[in-house]
Design a binder for this molecule. Structure first.
Ligand code: NI
Length: 263
């Protein structure tokens, strides 16, 4: 007789005979996860492609993007963006994200509805590296973000905007689009908030504005920049919301951000 044919009642009796009452014993209490683990689990439950909050075909949108962090001013920036209900995209550097309060900032970005993108592990110019090293630069940052937030990043920005066919091929394989920019605030060079805000405010419909959240002056410039763009009637979108569709892996988005249909 095969085991699966034994009626349950016989098994129960056999259990009695052997003196085991495992089926009536209650399971040991499962420890309740600490708040951090719980937050991670909740974050991990979100979909790869959240529903866009704005329809950039109807409303003029601008995407604010912040590179090279998270850094010591990122927390302040995140608090301010949250108060104003502005969503942005953060192209994070793995080394920065792994340091000090980095993981905490990553989780806050995700909780607040910002988009995360890969900006390499140590901000190397990818086009100067052998293929294996490029892959490693991307994979380490992808793994860290996934581990800390549960998010699989679908966009990347090559450091210095420097890309080639090899970088394109690797990002395509990793399922990430290459997001460049079309409005540069030069905030790394001119550490004057008013200047940064004015330059960023030149953005037109569908623009991707490049900034760096590692500079105090940039974080100080953002409220004025938001005010200026709001007065121009723009809504703030993540890069994926800006396209209104999933960005194509491997493709380089730069001047064609508005897409073929003229958005
Ligand atoms: Ni950078």
């Amino acid at each position: 007789m095969r085991v699966w044919m034994v009626p349950p009642v016989l098994l129960a009796l056999a259990g009695c005979g052997a003196g085991t009452f495992s089926y009536v014993q209650s399971a040991p209490p499962r420890p309740f996860p600490d708040p951090e683990t719980l937050a991670k689990r909740l974050v991990a439950m979100q979909p790869d492609w959240p529903e866009p909050r704005v329809d950039c075909r109807q409303t003029g949108c601008v995407a604010l993007t912040f590179d090279d962090g998270p850094g010591r001013y990122t927390g302040k920036l995140l608090d301010m963006l949250r108060r104003r209900d502005v969503k942005a995209t953060f192209f994070v550097v793995g080394e920065m994200a792994a340091a000090e309060r980095g993981p905490e900032h990553l989780r806050q970005m995700v909780r607040d509805g910002h988009q995360l993108g890969n900006h390499s592990w140590s901000h190397k110019q990818l086009t100067t590296l052998p293929k294996r090293a490029i892959r490693r630069q991307l994979r380490r940052t992808d793994d860290l973000v996934r581990q800390e937030t549960g998010v699989r990043m679908r966009v990347m920005r090559p450091p210095y905007g420097s890309t080639d066919r090899r970088v394109a091929a690797l990002t395509r394989r990793r399922g990430q689009a290459q997001i460049l920019w079309n409005v540069d605030t030069f905030d790394w060079r001119d550490r004057v908030p008013a200047v940064v805000a004015r330059r960023g405010a030149r953005a037109g419909r569908g623009a991707v504005v490049l900034m760096h959240d590692i500079h105090r002056t940039t974080v100080k410039a953002v409220p004025e920049l938001i005010d200026r763009l709001t007065r121009k009637g723009y809504a703030f979108a993540t890069v994926t919301e800006l396209y209104g569709r999933r960005p194509e892996p491997g493709r380089r988005y730069e001047d064609d951000l508005l897409g073929e249909d003229g958005r």
